[in-house]
Design a protein around this ligand. Structure first.
Ligand SMILES: [Zn+2]
Ligand SMILES: [Zn+2]
Length: 348
């Protein structure tokens, strides 16, 4: 295997790599070690239309290897203090407060989760889909919460154009485990993958989360049930703390999954590297995707790497497992693509 480019290019590359390695070491020394935490940010209990009491719900997640759980009942703020006293454990498991702000425009359901809201946020209503979402997002922010837009294709309520108009939101559900939410699109309506690329290609910075939207813990055999364990996020943070976790989510420092486990994700100015924790009998394919949903590269190696050219706009990755499981690696924005720093581009 020959070295790429001239000797001079090569030595410049070596120098650059040394500089980056030095900078990364300095960064590593300055900040505490980061760890990966698995969690679900969308869960119902008996306090709204779930079939199970909050303590049993929390126990399910704790016993199935999750580190955090956000309880998000419809227009109800389920208390987590007693649950944490019973089941919380430092660096092992925490239950976080949340609410599914359950709004509508006419017959269209418009649901926005508020993670860590400090008080109940009533649905705000509004005059258009994006107006309702914006008013709910603003009310969640005012309650010191972090909004995420839920199941856009549920009742075909929310389009990519609607989402492009909303500001101060950074998260939407790329996967929701409820059986009636049309994640894949159909007929004349796009699936969530296509909507995400449409939104990202407009310059809006938006990250994709996977959630259970669990309602039903008592009938795992029922295909119409909305069960736990369908979709989750794995977040890189310095410690298992609600504020640390949501700020990592809003930085895009996480991946979403329906079953694929990753060992690591590294983005340097030159390259995106993804390491998969492989199941013995599974095979994997990693698709790197850029502006307008263009497939930039598809590989079957582990680790999977993509070298940035600099003009992709953004690069995200989809990890496909041979039994249909997936992981979504969050977009890396190149050269200040989108609204640099603010993360909430205005529509164009
Ligand atoms: Zn909902
Ligand atoms: Zn829900």
């Amino acid at each position: 295997m020959g070295l790429p480019g001239s000797r001079r290019t090569w030595s410049r590359a070596v120098l650059l790599a040394a500089l980056i390695a030095g900078a990364m070491r300095a960064h590593a020394q300055a900040s505490p070690a980061l760890k990966w935490y698995k969690g679900n940010t969308h869960t119902h209990t008996l306090n709204s239309d779930g079939d199970t009491a909050p303590d049993e719900v929390a126990r399910w997640y704790r016993e199935h290897g999750y580190h955090f759980l956000v309880l998000t009942d419809h227009n109800f703020l389920t208390s987590v203090d007693a649950l944490n006293a019973l089941m919380g454990a430092d660096e092992q498991f925490v239950i976080l407060p949340g609410e599914e702000v359950t709004d509508r425009l006419g017959d269209s359901p418009l649901h926005i989760n508020g993670l860590l809201v400090e008080r109940l946020v009533p649905p705000q209503g509004g005059t258009s889909v994006s107006d309702v979402i914006q008013r709910d997002v603003d009310a969640i922010r005012a309650a010191n919460g972090v909004p995420h837009l839920n199941h856009p294709n549920f009742a075909w309520a929310v389009t990519a154009e609607d989402i492009k108009r909303v500001r101060n939101d950074k998260l939407f559900e790329i996967f929701n485990g409820h059986p009636l939410v049309n994640n894949n699109g159909g007929g004349d309506r796009p699936g969530l993958e296509e909507m995400w690329d449409d939104i990202l290609s407009s310059g809006k910075r938006l990250y994709g989360i996977a959630v259970d939207d669990a309602h039903h813990f008592k009938r795992p055999w029922d295909p119409t049930a909305s069960k736990p364990g369908q979709g989750w996020v794995v977040v890189r943070a310095s410690r298992l703390d609600g504020r640390e976790l949501v700020s990592a989510l809003e930085r895009g420092d996480f991946y979403a999954s329906t079953g694929v486990e990753l060992e690591d994700i590294q983005a340097t100015p030159q390259r995106l590297t993804i390491r998969i924790r492989e199941d013995r009998w599974s095979k994997y394919r990693v698709r790197f995707i850029g502006k307008n949903g263009r497939v930039l590269r598809e590989v079957t190696t582990n680790p999977a790497t993509y070298d940035f050219t600099g003009n992709e706009g953004y690069v995200r990755a989809l990890v496909l497992e041979s039994n249909g499981k997936r992981a979504w690696v969050q977009p890396v924005f190149l050269d200040g693509y989108g609204a640099a720093g603010s993360g909430d581009a205005r529509p164009r």
